[in-house]
Every structure is written in C-alpha cells, then in structure tokens.
Design a protein around this ligand. Structure first.
Ligand code: CA
Length: 471
C-alpha cells in the first residue's frame, strides 16, 4: 500500500513539474479579439489546397482552414485591385464614392470623407497596421497613416519588385517600400518581410487588441520567387506561381504560429481572401469558374475566402451562401463590440450570427458589380451580365456554374427583374472620379463579348490587341 502511495506522489510531482515548466503560454484573456485581415493579390479561386487544388500546395493555410469556415460563394466588390480594396476597407460599394476604376491618378485616391475599418478600430482602442500593398492613393491625404492605420510598412502603388534594388527603390517613388513615410531598404524576399513585420507588430502589441491588414502583393506580377523555393518547384508546370504561393503560405504559417506561441490564437479573428480573381498573366486558375481578373464572370469576383475565430466560431465547416468582402467591416465591428461606425451606411452585414447558426438566412440575396461599361448582379443563383453597346446574358449558376447558357429569353420575368434591380442600384452611384485607360476598356470589352459568346477572346491585353489589329 505504501509503495502505491509513493508511486502516486511521484506521478503527481512529475505532472506538477511538467505543467509548471511548460514553455507554452496560457491563452491570454482579452475580451476584444485581435483581427487579422490577410489579402492575397490576383490569386485564383482554385489555387489553394483548401479550395481543392492538388497542384499548388498551401499546407499552412490549409491547416488554418481546418480551424475555420471555408466560403464557397464569397465575392469581392470589384474585379481589379484598387476598387476592391476601397470596398473592403469601407464596407461600402466603392462606386458610391467614385472609386469605380483602377489605379487612382497621382493626385487622387480613396475619398477622404469615407470612414475606413482602420478609423473604426483605432477609435475603439485597437492598434492598427497595414503591411504590404496599399493602392488607394499615393499622395499625402490618402496615406494609410491618415486613413486610420498607426503603422504602415509597405508600398503605395499597385505592384512592385519582390526584391530591393530596382529603379523604383528611391525615396518618394510610390513603388518604394516605406515605413510610415520613410524610405526603407530591405534584404530578402518581400513576402517573407511582410510576414516578419506582422510578427514584430504582434510582439509589440500582445497586451492590447490589434487590427492588422496583411496585404500581400503575392501573387500579382512580376512573377518573382525565392531561388530556393523555385528550385523546389523546378519541374512544376506553373513553377513561379507555385513558388510565390508557397512563400505566402509560409508567411501565413509563421504569423499563426506566433499567435499560438503567445496564447493569442483562439481569440483572433482571421480573414483570408484574394482581392480579385486570378489574373490572365500570372498562370493562376479560377476553374471551374468562367472568366478571370477584370471581368464580370464568376472567376473575376468569386474568391477563395476563409474566416477563422477558434473561440467563437466552430471550425471545419463550409459555408455556401452568398457573401461579400464588404461584410468584413461589419463583422469586425461586431466582433470588437463596436455598435456605431459613425460613417455612412454599410453595404456589408455582420456574418457572425449567420456562421453560428443564429440566423439561418443568407447574408445577401443580391450583390452588384460595375466598372464603366461592364456590370453584373447576382440574385441567389441567378447571374445577369450587361455589356454596354452589346447586350445582356442571364445565367443560372445552379446547374451552369460555368456561365454558358443564356436564359434571358425563356426567363423573361427574372431577366426584367434583375435588369431593373441593377439599374435601381446604379441610380444611387456617383460618376467615377477617374476612368480606366481607353486601351484597357477596349480589351475588356472584347473579353466580355467573347466570353458572352462562349469563345476565346482575340486578345487579353493592350499589347495583344495591338498585334491582333495589325495582323
Ligand atoms: Ca489584385
């Protein structure tokens, strides 16, 4: 009997010693969740393991997805970079404040009367940061530090080299890497750096809630990857894309690992999505969807999308209802316990009750898109596309996800209803503050027309158009 008691005592001592010496920190008890919004750039709907890809490995993001909810019918509000980001950061259709087209000219940017998600989070006591691509205006009034973000380490333009040392890397160039307005020289690969900067920010802000917009430029062109990662994919048919995605996945994995090591993971709300569909020039795949970046077919605006919040949302699920990136603003506010944004009415909704099952209805019955002469709307499974100076198509995605069969004649009632609802939505928009370049409008007209006719476009870029027309 005495022997047994000794054994129990020894076991208890070992258990006590193990618990006392464990290096893992306990989950930090903080009422307000941290929020990390991770945006990929020009990544295709199909090019992640969690979206079913067996060609582009993304083990860390796939692991994250196991703890979260995978959305299959989630959409950004524009099919090109800058307007999509304007919608994302304001929670409002960007055409309401003239941000309809890409690339704000030098002296213009996102309307300064719009309240950003950074403004709202900062007012609620969050430390806020942007790491990476901004693309919402490059002159002083539009700088991230003036739009609600305490920290900015990144670049103001829409693209840049993944390595330091190009002609753009001079102080004052909108493609330069800067830290809160000051020129930065960096070693290594930019995607790695964005992950490291996020980790540094987490380390500095463990004791207060933070909001991070981790805005990768991967996998936007130029197609540049780390040499050691390229070697890993040397026989891959899309080796640059695979290598660039691999580095982004590694960076996400390191950020998540740091959250876990600091005991912050469970109470961090993480969004992961792409800013628009896969591009025609970066080898990405949007299959089985039709179209790609820049057009109004599903491949242009339906994006890979994850929401993870282990403490509040049961993971390992799929969500198939119609949702929008505009919802991220309202969802973040609700998660942080903010009841009023003190801005203009939001177009997105708080997703949390829909994800917990408290609200069984779809967050949206209808979504809209427009960039100058190309517009579209979804109403449940119906999709209407309008191309000015050409015509309309009405598709039923329920049995035609690839948008090939036009129902506008035999479903006249549905067609008329959607034409009217699109026009009604447009009646509340303002004129674009700037326009798309004329040659790009010509290219996108040809792409839409070709896809509406179920044929290959004659050209997909101004360069291809020029050589096609000179044939
Ligand atoms: Ca983009």
């Amino acid at each position: 009997m005495i022997k047994i008691n000794y054994k129990i005592l020894i076991v208890l001592a070992i258990v006590f010693w193990t618990v006392a010496c464990t290096p893992l920190k306990k989950e930090v008890k903080q009422i307000k969740p941290n929020i990390i919004l991770i945006l990929a750039d020009d990544a295709g709907y199909a090019d992640f393991g969690f979206m079913g890809s067996d060609e582009i490995p993304t083990p860390h993001i796939d692991n994250l997805a196991k703890d979260g909810i995978i959305f299959t019918d989630a959409h950004v509000s524009a099919t090109v970079c800058s307007p999509s980001r304007a919608g994302l950061l304001t929670g409002r259709y960007q055409q309401q404040f003239g941000h309809e087209c890409n690339i704000p000219p030098h002296n213009l940017g996102m309307d300064i009367t719009e309240v950003t998600i950074g403004d709202v989070m900062k007012s609620a006591g969050y430390k806020t940061a942007v790491f990476g691509k901004w693309h919402l205006g490059e002159s002083a009034p539009f700088h991230p530090n003036k739009r609600g973000f305490d920290e900015f380490w990144g670049f103001l333009e829409g693209h840049r080299s993944y390595f330091y040392g190009s002609d753009n890397d001079i102080p004052g160039n909108p493609h330069e890497i800067q830290h809160n307005g000051k020129h930065v020289e960096f070693d290594g690969y930019l995607t790695d750096m964005l992950g490291e900067k996020t980790i540094d920010f987490i380390d500095q802000n463990k004791k207060n809630p933070f909001f991070v917009f981790l805005s990768f430029n991967a996998v936007h062109t130029p197609m540049q990857a780390r040499k050691d990662v390229l070697d890993k994919f040397k026989d891959h048919p899309r080796k640059e894309l695979a290598a660039m995605t691999w580095s982004m996945d590694e960076a996400v994995g390191k950020v998540v690992a740091r959250l876990k090591a600091e005991g912050l993971y469970k109470n961090t709300l993480i969004f992961f999505l792409s800013d628009n569909g896969g591009a025609a020039n970066n080898q990405s795949s949007c299959l089985p969807l039709k179209g790609w970046k820049g057009n109004k077919f599903e491949g242009g605006h339906r994006v890979p999308y994850l929401v993870v919040w282990p403490e509040k949302l049961e993971g390992g699920k799929r969500y198939d209802e119609l949702t929008s990136a505009l919802d991220i603003f309202a969802t973040s506010m609700a998660a942080a316990g903010i009841t009023e944004a003190s801005g203009k009415p939001l177009d997105g909704v708080n997703l949390i009750p829909h994800l917990t099952g408290d609200n069984s209805s779809a967050p949206h019955n209808q979504l809209f898109w427009r960039k100058e002469g190309m517009a579209a709307t979804r109403e449940n499974n119906w999709k209407l596309i309008r191309l000015d100076n050409y015509g309309y198509r009405l598709y039923n995605l329920e049995d035609d996800l690839g948008e090939t069969l036009d129902h506008s004649i035999e479903n006249k009632e549905q067609f008329n209803k959607m034409v009217q609802s699109l026009e009604h939505w447009e009646s509340n928009l303002t004129e674009p503050w700037w326009r798309e370049a004329k040659d790009w409008n010509q290219v996108t007209f040809e792409i839409h027309k070709a896809l509406m006719e179920n044929r290959e476009p004659n050209y997909k870029s101004p360069e291809e158009m020029k050589s096609y027309l000179n044939q």
